[in-house]
Design a protein around this ligand. Structure first.
Ligand SMILES: C[S@@+](CC[C@H](N)C(=O)[O-])C[C@H]1O[C@@H](n2cnc3c(N)ncnc32)[C@H](O)[C@@H]1O
Length: 394
């Protein structure tokens, strides 16, 4: 099915189910849908920790659990199916080439390069960090590379790596969101690995404005935009995505270590416990906790709450039963993790909707577009590749 057909259908499905995926059980202990689906609610709350972990990691097992209550979810699978990229063979390189690249990043850039295939033009690397991807592609295809990056330290580190490898790569310490000098964009083949929200949206707009002949983009962090909600590229869509929905599109723990999960769980339990104190002891309505010093998570629940209360000028009573609120936080966390499963079933669909929106806009702007995935989710959950070629390019 072509992208122009898929997008309106996925738009409709996601709009129809907004009542299920939009409420956040961490904010509302029982979202309104629990009354509509009481048997599913019970079943979710009864899941063991192992079953919960399995459902969090296995999208299809989760859909199978939900389908008896929501048969229309079957329509989501064909609308969100994405084929694996076609990979070309890369030339073997001296291991010294990648000794400075962290293992996972090295695997990502190899997979990305192999999925892009042969490049026959100079390369423009968008938000390239230390330019690892650009350097690999310069080696592979003997093309000059210009890497755009706003962090001067990353540019300097990248330039040092270039000297060792001897490739033709230059860094431009530049903010890609500001108007770019005309001479920078000159019909190159543009590549962008994990360009966050506003950065990849800007690339799409620049590509169309400059009629770039070819580009390959792996988007990430869709919620990193200045706008309160997402402005679609395509006209006529129903869905409106706020930051909550944009975050949901990238929620997941596919690459988190056990240690990271332990700290994540502690943070959730303590935040929920603290919120209950604010509500029950001070009568305050729910309010999101602003970012805080993570060091406070090492100091015990009581100190954690005292730090937050002091920072936010709340006077906590002296006789708080800390153990009680920590236990309540644990119970709330246990339940909200389970009641979040239905919304998690829509994560990939939301991400595909965002990528389809860009793909359709590019198609209407004269590009041949291909959406594929360039690696397994365990290597990076942001594994979608949007490849665009103007009519005459390979
Ligand atoms: C997620 S990193 C990806 C880096 C690299 N492409 C990679 O995959 O290793 C995003 C990069 O965008 C850079 N960046 C953020 N905002 C930028 C801007 N406005 N202009 C240029 N680069 C920017 C960051 O400094 C960072 O290096």
């Amino acid at each position: 099915m072509k992208y122009q057909q898929k997008l309106p259908q996925l738009d409709q499905l996601l709009s129809d189910y907004q009542w299920l995926w939009h409420p956040q059980p961490f904010k509302q202990s029982r979202p309104a849908w629990c009354e509509r689906l009481p048997v599913l609610t019970e079943q979710l709350l009864r899941l063991s920790d192992d079953e919960l972990a399995m459902m969090q990691g296995d999208h299809f097992a989760l859909l199978a659990l939900l389908r008896p209550y929501l048969p229309e979810l079957s329509d989501m699978t064909p609308l969100t199916a994405v084929a694996e990229a076609e990979f070309c063979a890369l030339k073997p390189l001296n291991p010294r080439f990648h000794s400075a690249i962290p293992g996972r990043k090295w695997q990502q850039i190899q997979a990305f390069s192999a999925a892009v295939g042969k490049v026959e033009r100079p390369i423009l690397e968008w938000c390239g960090g230390k330019g690892h991807l650009g350097r690999l592609m310069a080696m592979q295809w003997q093309q000059p590379v210009t890497t755009l990056e706003w962090d001067a330290q990353l540019c300097a580190a990248g330039e040092q790596l270039v000297q060792r490898s001897g490739v033709d790569q230059h860094f431009k310490n530049i903010d890609v969101l500001a108007p770019l000098p005309k001479r920078l964009i000159q019909q190159q083949h543009t590549i962008a690995l994990h360009a966050c929200g506003e950065l990849h949206c800007t690339l799409i707009r620049q590509a169309v404005a400059h009629q770039l002949p070819a580009f390959d983009l792996a988007p990430c962090c869709y919620y990193r935009t200045h706008e309160k909600s997402y402005s679609p590229f395509t006209d006529g869509l129903t869905l409106q995505l706020d930051h909550n929905a944009l975050r949901l599109a990238v929620t997941g723990v596919a690459t988190a270590s056990r240690r990271e999960l332990k700290w994540r769980d502690r943070e959730m339990v303590w935040k929920l416990g603290y919120e209950l104190i604010l509500q029950q002891q001070l009568g305050l309505p729910y309010q999101p906790i602003k970012p805080f010093n993570k060091q406070w998570l090492r100091e015990g629940f009581e100190h954690f709450c005292q730090h937050l209360a002091q920072r936010d000028s709340h006077k906590l009573p002296d006789n708080i039963d800390w153990q009680h609120y920590q236990t309540e936080g644990q119970q709330r966390q246990r339940e909200s993790m389970r009641l979040s499963l239905p919304r998690f079933a829509f994560r990939r669909a939301l991400e595909i909707w965002l990528v389809l929106d860009m793909a359709c806009y590019l198609e209407l702007s004269g590009y041949h577009v291909q959406i594929s995935h360039f690696c397994d989710r365990t290597l990076t959950p942001r594994n979608l590749l949007l490849s665009a070629r103007r009519g005459y390019e390979n």
